[in-house]
Ligand binder design. Structure first.
Ligand SMILES: [Fe+2]
Length: 280
């Protein structure tokens, strides 16, 4: 590479800028490898000053796996359904209140599906004048910092996941969970998993979709999920990304949890493109 890209930390634990890459230009295999290697160690990676259409965003996603359509039909991009809109604006220009509230508590995307996503990518098009960030929690560091007896307990546990029916999902959405094409049944994932490249253990519980554990009563599971979510989202594990228009941010769907900060003024436009990428 003529000018090798560079990394610059943004947050204490997570958040890293990748400098020197223009995502609108087709990039060669060595650049793609560089991004893959950087991403394995830096699970929230930010490319500034980009200007991509939906198809280009999907093409970038395809460097890492297979972008897939999202469960919520309403927000799919008309020309490129594996990309969807994250927006607080309705077609008629009014505030979309579901869009304002959407995903503003801690979660990992789509853990209620039969297959787990690898990563997701957001591209900011219009951002509020202040706040309106996205927050990320480091589930590697969160696991490492657990007390030994919690690690032992979790190693043997399989978690139950359903669409927005965990403690945070019920609190945020209640009976208004948005319209999807299919009905979701439970899926099960180990409470602790490993990073596919680095092998680091990851706490794989999120309070939006995790609602129980195999063989554990609900009254014991619910507080455990809440305890783990609280542990993982302490300030020391969290990075708040303040968006600039043009940012492309990719995050690891297993090594992190995320949420919209939900702290912007709802009448200010906040519009992004997003794609979720699955393993090949
Ligand atoms: Fe999300």
């Amino acid at each position: 590479m003529a000018n090798a890209p560079q990394l610059r930390p943004l947050g204490q634990t997570l958040g890293t800028e990748a400098l020197g890459i223009d995502l609108s230009k087709p990039f060669d295999d060595s650049t793609a490898d560089w991004v893959r290697r950087a991403f394995a160690e830096h699970p929230v990676l930010v490319f500034r000053d980009q200007d991509l259409g939906a198809a280009e965003l999907a093409a970038f996603g395809r460097k890492f796996g297979i972008p897939r359509m999202h469960a919520l039909i309403k927000y799919r991009h008309a020309d490129c359904p594996e990309v969807s809109w994250l927006t607080n604006v309705e077609a008629d220009g009014k505030v979309d209140w579901y869009g304002v509230k959407r995903a503003t508590d801690w979660h990992t995307d789509s853990t209620y599906e039969d297959e787990l996503p690898l990563l997701a990518i957001l591209h900011a098009k219009e951002v509020p004048s202040a706040k309106g960030g996205t927050m990320f929690a480091d589930m590697r560091a969160a696991y490492d910092a657990l007390p030994e007896e919690r690690k032992e307990l979790l190693q043997g546990l399989t978690a139950l996941h359903g669409r927005s029916i965990g403690p945070a999902g019920e609190k945020l959405y209640g009976d208004n969970k948005g319209v999807t094409e299919k009905e979701y049944r439970d899926v099960r994932w180990p409470a602790v998993t490993r990073h596919p490249v680095t092998g680091r253990p990851l706490l794989f519980i999120n309070p939006m979709h995790t609602y129980g554990f195999d063989g554990m009563a609900q009254e014991d599971a619910w507080p455990l999920i809440e305890e783990l979510a609280e542990h993982a989202t302490q300030d020391r594990f969290v990075y708040y990304h303040q968006w600039r228009a043009g940012d492309v941010l990719m995050w690891d769907e297993r090594a992190t949890m995320h949420r919209g900060a939900g702290d912007a003024r709802p009448e200010e436009r906040r519009i992004m493109l997003r794609t979720i990428v699955y393993p090949n």
